[in-house]
Design a protein around this ligand. Structure first.
Ligand SMILES: [Zn+2]
Length: 247
């Protein structure tokens, strides 16, 4: 289900059934001469469209304006759009806070950009992770007042956690590929791995005839890209999403 297409009765049902609500989180970044700047975002969106066929899911409108950085190429004539994490965090907090106000408790953001070191974090995912935490604290204080954690009603806080009732799981940020997937699949920027994924998921975003125009080290392996390799990666990602997104 697309959130913007949902009627209030459908939203109420999604809340009651704790259906996962997913924000595709992305950037616009130079991905070589042969691939579209939306690659990282398109990969998340297309994977969510595939997993939506097999499970109930609410897909939020995509947020594409993350912190691409100019690490790969300068923006002039190349297309990268950079919005810093310091600007993203307040926006994301309001977004998550609103989703909690609506009633959702199973909210996920999924990102593919700069996720090779996800535990330590990079500007876009860190901004959204911080925002999720801030929104949850703010929401709990609004609902239960200051001192909510210390009062008697929270006496079972830790045992409730063990039972899966941790409020800090209400908003989660995940990389599209797990570290296991990255170990088994060519993880790169605009090389064989990403180009293959696009050939499988969104072939309109690739012009293989332009691979020869690339001059950068990170695009050198793109020549070996194939839809079959991309389909293998997509299958691994699907497996991961099935575990992450549950009612
Ligand atoms: Zn990428």
């Amino acid at each position: 289900m697309r959130y913007e297409m949902m009627l209030p009765h459908q939203i109420r049902t999604a809340i009651a059934e704790n259906i996962p609500v997913v924000l595709p989180l992305g950037v616009l970044e130079y991905h070589g001469e042969h691939m579209a700047v939306g690659m990282d975002t398109l990969a998340v969106v297309r994977m969510l469209e595939l997993i939506e066929r097999e499970m109930p899911l609410v897909i939020l409108p995509t947020f594409t304006y993350g912190a691409a950085s100019y690490a790969v190429e300068k923006p002039e004539g190349n297309g990268s759009i950079q919005v810093g994490g310091n600007v993203l965090a307040p926006f994301a907090e309001e977004l998550f806070y609103s989703l909690l106000r609506v009633g959702f408790r199973n909210i996920h953001a999924i990102i593919h950009h700069q996720t090779e070191n996800f535990t330590a974090g990079m500007p876009t995912d860190l901004a959204f992770k911080t925002a999720g935490r801030q929104a949850i604290f703010r929401f709990l204080e609004k609902e239960h007042g200051e001192g909510w954690w210390g009062n008697e009603a929270s006496a079972n806080y830790y045992s409730d956690h063990a039972g899966g009732a941790n409020p800090f799981n209400w908003v989660q940020v995940h990389p599209l590929m797990s570290s296991d997937t990255m170990a088994d699949y060519p993880f790169d920027h605009a090389g064989e791995g990403e180009t293959s994924l696009m050939l499988a998921l969104c072939p309109d975003a690739v012009e293989m005839s332009r691979v020869g125009e690339n001059r950068s080290w990170y695009t050198a392996s793109a020549r070996q890209a194939s839809p079959d390799t991309g389909r293998r990666g997509a299958e691994m990602i699907l497996e991961r999403l099935r575990k992450l997104l549950k009612t």
